[in-house]
Design a protein around this ligand. Structure first.
Ligand code: NAD
Length: 465
């Protein structure tokens, strides 16, 4: 008797349908015998509907506690942000963490000296009239917002992120200059809480012009535009004119010259290292051409023996978690422990916009430019159950790997990309093969399944892909 099928599966639940999908993607002919809807208990009366109910509960809890976040219900389905309350909550979170950190420092018996420190010729640190003596010094003076001449911040009409992160007032109309991480994050906030938001980016690439994979940045740019952010790429801003309690701002793009009137201009064109008046000259510490403290990133040591530098003051990605990693390198070097240097080409990047953008390793363009023969697979959140449940399906996971080789870059745009990145970051840094990661189990239903699916696609087979 000749066979009608390679496989007949009895039961169309997760076990049965996964066998069918995977088998079919491997070229087998398959039949499923199922007396009810396909999907079994999990899909029809288990995991999926249960998680959908849990999400409803989550939304109810969020709505019921909206006022705690400064989002005041003022009619059925309508809310008004109360920015004074928002600022209060933000300050509360900050204060709680500052308190926690102070406690940690105290418990580890770290002396906190209040004042500005400056290196001396002798290699000591002067604070006011006092001089602190140490075998080693670590410079970690950070960075401050870069300013545009003519846009001197007054904290009201012209501001930097220093103001916007702690302001108790929301501008009705705002222009954000700079479409990098800070500009994109604030444009996302302002747009979502109802401000008329214009984003002016100098480079022609527009939103997040440097850093992320272009396809990924494009998803964010479209999502912002859809929600109402007016994005102008290749924009050259003219000097601001203060008028009618606001600011008139002219800018030039390929399509001509425009003038807009806004209540506030947020300048977010980058940050510069704090190197002034910290005694670099006196101690003979060398700087880079771009004005950062020069270090050997194997140890974070400067040219002056016993003086190290970490964080935004050195010319490495200006990210808090990179500063943490550099701090560990410096301490290990001081302890003589042979630190593992930070692999700067593979650090994790996250932009906390809506949708979130996250990545580590090479973008598609960078991988090609480095001469790799590459293979790419993507999985869109539109096909992911958890994304549907939370009502947030815009975005994708994109994996760049060397053909028949390790993962070179992981790229995400979509819900909780910030949290999903951890797995991809490990995979990139462990130089894992996509099929290895694809063979690991991703819980169902979860957003992380999108990562599993994209990885599995490298085998030429798939489950839900
Ligand atoms: P950025 O370098 O990321 O972006 C600045 C943008 O401004 C660039 O796109 C640049 O082309 C544009 N620009 C420069 N001059 C301009 C001009 N005159 N007109 C219009 N556009 C102009 O800098 P940022 O967004 O200010 O962030 C600063 C630093 O803070 C970054 O190094 C970043 O790493 C760090 N940061 C990180 C996060 C995060 O990781 N989520 C969040 C906030 C800040």
């Amino acid at each position: 008797m000749s066979a009608d099928y390679d496989i007949v599966i009895v039961g169309g639940g997760p076990g049965g349908y996964a066998a069918a999908l995977y088998g079919a993607s491997a070229g087998l002919s398959i039949a499923i015998v199922e007396s009810d809807s396909v999907g079994g208990t999990c899909l029809n009366r288990g995991c999926i509907p249960a998680k959908s109910l849990l999400q409803t509960a989550e939304v109810y809890r969020t709505a019921a506690h909206a006022a705690d976040f400064g989002i005041m219900p003022d009619g059925p389905g309508t809310f008004t942000p109360d920015w004074a309350k928002v600022a209060q909550r933000t300050t509360g979170v900050v204060n709680q963490l500052v308190g926690g950190l102070s406690g940690l420092l105290k418990r580890r018996k770290v002396t906190v000296v209040n004042g500005r420190g400056r290196l001396t010729e002798r290699g000591t640190v002067q604070v006011g009239g006092d001089e602190l003596n140490a075998r080693n010094v670590i410079l970690a003076t950070g960075s401050v917002p870069r300013l545009i001449p003519g846009f001197e911040p007054d904290g009201e009409r012209i501001v930097t992120s220093d103001h916007s992160t702690r302001s108790d007032q929301l501008p009705a109309r705002v222009a954000v200059i700079g479409g990098g991480v800070i500009g994109a994050e604030f444009a996302s906030v302002f747009t979502d809480v109802g401000c008329e938001t214009t984003l002016l980016e100098m480079l022609p690439e527009g939103v997040l012009p440097i850093g992320p994979d272009r396809e990924i940045a494009g998803v964010l740019a479209r999502a912002l535009a859809k929600r109402g952010t007016k994005v102008h790429a290749g924009a050259r801003v003219g000097p601001p004119e203060k008028a009618n309690g606001g600011v008139i701002l002219g800018y030039e793009t390929k399509s001509g010259t425009e003038k807009i009137e806004v209540d506030q201009v947020l300048v977010a064109i980058g940050r510069k290292p704090v190197t002034e008046d910290i005694g670099l000259d006196a101690a003979g510490v060398t700087m880079t051409e771009r004005g950062f403290v020069a270090v050997d990133t194997d140890t974070m040591a400067t040219n002056r023996p016993g003086v190290y530098a970490v964080g935004d003051v050195v010319e490495t990605p200006g990210l808090a978690h990179v500063a943490y990693a550099e701090a560990i390198v410096a301490i290990k070097a001081i302890l003589g422990e042979n630190p593992i240097p930070v692999d700067y080409a593979r650090v994790p990047w996250v932009v906390y916009t809506h949708p979130e953008v996250a990545w580590a390793g090479y973008t598609e363009a960078e991988a090609r430019a480095a001469g790799h023969d590459i293979e790419i697979h993507k999985y869109k959140f539109a096909g992911n159950g958890r994304a549907m449940i939370i009502g947030d399906t815009d975005g994708m996971v994109k994996i760049v790997a060397q053909k028949d080789g390790p993962i070179l870059g992981v790229h995400y745009v979509g819900p909780w990309a910030s949290e999903l990145l951890a797995e991809g970051y490990l995979a990139v840094n462990w130089q894992a093969l996509p099929e290895e990661v694809g063979a690991f189990i991703h819980p169902h239903p979860s957003l992380s399944e999108a990562v599993g699916e994209a990885m599995l696609a490298f085998t030429g087979r798939s489950l839900h892909g």
